[in-house]
Design a protein around this ligand. Structure first.
Ligand code: AMP
Ligand code: GLY
Length: 423
């Protein structure tokens, strides 16, 4: 079968790498893809939110299944677009409905969903211009630090954690009244701060059954010891060293089952991935957020550990076959270290030649911000490459990544040298 993957990051290159090994695969297309995907797939120029363009590519390339990488098209209703089109309704699309997409697209929607289904999460209040005075009173009643979240999508930038009360009120005003994050912050969720260690949980569901994929932990800050600005992710490991059977059982009973039951009860039409951002506070799990897609860079450590035919697995979703497939997971530990363009997540330069990509014997190299020009790979974004390794333990896996990185070069590259420091 012919497959289309939407997106252009390391996540999409990792997915395409897994699909390329499938016994079911014929041709793979990536829209828009990157330098790495162009080796395994045909890249198609285009915008992931241009559904008419996607439709015409699905038809002209005889696509049977579409995998949606990023959240934007999901939140914008790509599933609903497919289901309401006479041709596309017969094409399998791995993406939840627009209604379900609100689990990621609206923090308020997600918090209310958790409340309805008794899922543990931080206490919160939701505020707009109309009740901003109550927001000040709410902040007065809380202890620092204060967590302010833009309700809508803000490209990972919409969460502020502030120690000082006056500064929190000032930022609240700039979010709601001055639209610091555009329309997405005209509504703000204020949350109790949870102090703990985070981990990422991925659940595949087709609205009938679910399968929990290997857990992972990502590193979001640009600087060592988790300092500095937030990024799209600087590294990840899987499995998660502190996840024991007792804690796993709590996650399953208190969070995964009620989440899936909630999705079913509310008729959400969900064929895809529920990404549950968790935090361990003392010995208990809480939900920090839902996303409606795989994580990046978590995908780069989760998918290489899955031994199943992933295209077969995704293609089975929505049929009886899905329940029958048993996940087979590589027991080894995977680590990924992200190489970024110097300056990222602020300003950085592009179009730097990348060398040292040929030898992939000890590690996997997933491309993110790259493009291919006449057989030369050039940097084309902030996050450039994800270097993934597998080994008997996470320390060895991380060391393999660092060894591999020594032979990869591009001008002004940067990576964190302490991935896994907190495990
Ligand atoms: P979110 O976009 O909701 O995942 O938030 C981004 C990041 O902010 C999370 O990964 C956490 O590190 C942090 N964060 C969000 N909410 C809280 C909270 N209630 N308590 C502590 N940290 C939080
Ligand atoms: N790694 C976090 C995310 O994909 O949102």
């Amino acid at each position: 079968m012919n497959v289309l993957v939407l997106g252009s990051g390391g996540r999409e290159h990792a997915i395409i790498t897994s699909f390329s090994k499938s016994k079911l695969v014929n041709k793979i297309f990536a829209l828009p893809g990157n330098g790495g995907t162009s080796v395994l797939a045909t890249n198609i120029d285009g915008d992931i939110n241009d559904f008419e363009k996607i439709k015409s590519e699905v038809i002209s390339n005889d696509i049977c299944i579409v995998f949606v990488g990023p959240e934007d098209p999901i939140v914008n209703g790509i599933y609903d677009f497919f289901k309401s089109d006479n041709y596309l309704k017969n094409i399998k699309i791995i993406a939840p409905s627009m209604f379900a997409g609100q689990l990621e697209g609206s923090k308020e929607f997600a918090k209310n969903f958790m409340k309805r289904h008794n899922i543990p999460t931080a206490k919160h209040g939701t505020f707009t211009q109309e009740n901003i005075d109550q927001a000040y009173i709410f902040l007065d009643s809380m202890t620092p630090p204060y967590v302010l979240k833009a309700d809508g999508l803000a490209a990972g930038k919409g969460v502020l954690i502030i120690k000082d009360l006056d500064e929190a009120k000032h930022e609240l005003r700039s979010m709601i009244l001055d639209k610091k994050f555009g329309d997405s912050s005209s509504k703000v969720v204020i949350e109790e701060f949870l102090d703990g260690i985070e981990l990422s949980c991925f659940v595949l569901t087709d609205g009938n059954n679910y399968k929990t994929l290997p857990f992972a932990k990502d590193y979001k800050k640009i600087g060592e010891a988790d300092t500095g600005l937030n990024t799209g992710g600087m590294g990840a490991v899987s499995p998660v060293a502190f996840l024991d059977d007792v804690f796993l059982e709590k996650i399953e009973e208190r969070i995964i089952k009620p989440t899936i039951n909630g999705i079913v009860e509310e008729n959400m039409e969900y064929i895809g991935v529920v990404f549950i951002g968790l935090i361990k506070v003392n010995e208990d799990p809480y939900v920090i957020e839902y996303n409606v897609r795989m994580g990046d860079p978590e995908t780069e450590v989760v998918f290489p550990r899955i031994k199943n035919d992933l295209l077969e697995l995704f293609n089975s979703m929505g049929s009886m076959e899905f329940e029958k497939i048993k996940l087979s997971v590589d027991e080894r530990h995977a680590a990924t270290v992200i190489m970024v363009s110097g300056g990222y997540p602020l300003d950085y330069e592009k179009n730097k030649e990348i060398t040292g990509l040929e030898d992939v014997s000890s590690s996997l190299i997933f491309h993110a911000g790259t493009k291919k020009n006449d057989n030369v790979f050039l940097t084309n974004g902030g996050r450039v490459l994800a270097v993934t390794s597998l080994a008997e333990n996470y320390k060895q896996a991380i060391n393999l990544c660092y060894n591999k990185i020594k032979s990869i070069n591009f001008e002004n590259s940067y990576f964190r040298k302490d991935i896994g420091f907190d495990l």
